[in-house]
Design a protein around this ligand. Sequence first.
Ligand code: GDP
Ligand code: IMO
Ligand code: MG
Length: 429
Amino acid sequence: MTATIVVGTQWGDEGKGRVVDWLAAQADIVARYAGGDNAGHTVTVGGERFALHLIPSGILYPDTLCVLGAGMVVNPARLIAEIDGLTERGVDASPSRLKLSVGAHLILPYHIALDGAMELQRGKKALGTTRRGIGPAYADKAARAGLRAGMMQDPERFADRVYEAVKAKNAILTGVYGQPALDAEAIAAQFHDYARRLAPYLADVSLLINERLAGGQRLLCEGAQGTLLDLDHGTYPYVTSSSATVGGALTSLGFGPRYVEEVIGVAKAYTTRVGAGPFPTELTDELGDRLRGTGANPWDEYGTTTGRPRRCGWLDAVILRYAARVNGLTGLALTKLDILSGFETVKIAVAYDYRGERLEHFPTEADVLARCRPIYEELPGWSEDLTTARRWEALPPAARRYVERVEALTGVPVRLIGVGPGREQTIVR
Ligand code: GDP
Ligand code: IMO
Ligand code: MG
């Protein structure tokens, strides 16, 4: 009767996919609860890399049931491509083990066109979205004008609705944004085919999950994005449009808090961000370049989804304390500790200086955060390669001290440590 919820503690790309892959060995169901294909979750098993955007990372185990929750926005073309890609690589992604909530909202081509047009209009104030149509799709959901996955049960009627929706949005695309109109007929025909293909995957996810939880099965909830990208608790407006924090799992999947046993926050051993917005510990010098890497390694800091270089900086304990509070974390998974090898000293932000005032708590107003300067604690670095360490005792004393300092500064135990992208490169405490 237990559920574990995995959330990102920073600005996304913390390594949630690899942590979920590790934890999924103990789960019967793995459920994605937030976002859409703006996410990119990389899992490396036996030297093979899988980049997942919509399908939960649990799909790489043969027996787990994988679920996409109602809180997600799903681009049907992208979901079908991902199913086909996995199938080609010998991974079973058939309707018997992959379920799509009838309540999930669909991303249509006009959402993508509007995402691009709105970014263009923002000019210098662009948010740096992934241009996957995420914001406009969630906006339609809130405005009660969206198309839901459940509508695909009747492909004919669904195609009519798509046709009407494209026509209505064309007025906005052309009239407000001066963009070309989309071909409503062609899109309706395409979505008719998508509906036929995806209808077998549709399910009442809340019913399915609750029946299985009541039957003693174990649920693992896979977050996307991160706490600071959450629509309510992130650095608004530099956020995504979904509930990436812990509550989003319950809302999206339709089960109650009494089942929740663990909330694991995934934190990178340093901090990264893609897209615009304030980032107190950002390093714009060669130290930042060193953290980012050249792109030669698959784990270097370039986006899984968009290929954009990620902004890099030191670990920020103010952020982690905030994530611990907002999500009620019971444990941390600290990834990419191996990347910090070779730095003479390593720094952790312990508080902020805001116009001469010392802030211990993370300020959620973007304007305030933009004026915060990190107050650092400097720790000795280590030169040893960590990638072959498999036990806590095998880590050099300075690396252990770094992890213990993270625990002391956040009040949350570090339960898992990543020392490389591979499934086996995990240290359990
Ligand atoms: P997610 O969006 O939170 O799932 O994270 P991403 O997959 O977008 O980005 C994390 C990147 O770091 C991926 O390329 C992972 O393969 C890689 N990665 C995860 N954990 C580790 C680790 O402990 N060490 C190293 N070197 N790479 C890791
Ligand atoms: P995973 O699950 C990192 C960022 C975008 C942009 C902002 C809004 O892989 O951690 P959107 O397209 O969602 O409207 O963009 O959010 N963003 C992410 N950054 N990892 C992600 O997902 C992200 N999903 C969205 O870069 O700044
Ligand atoms: Mg990612």
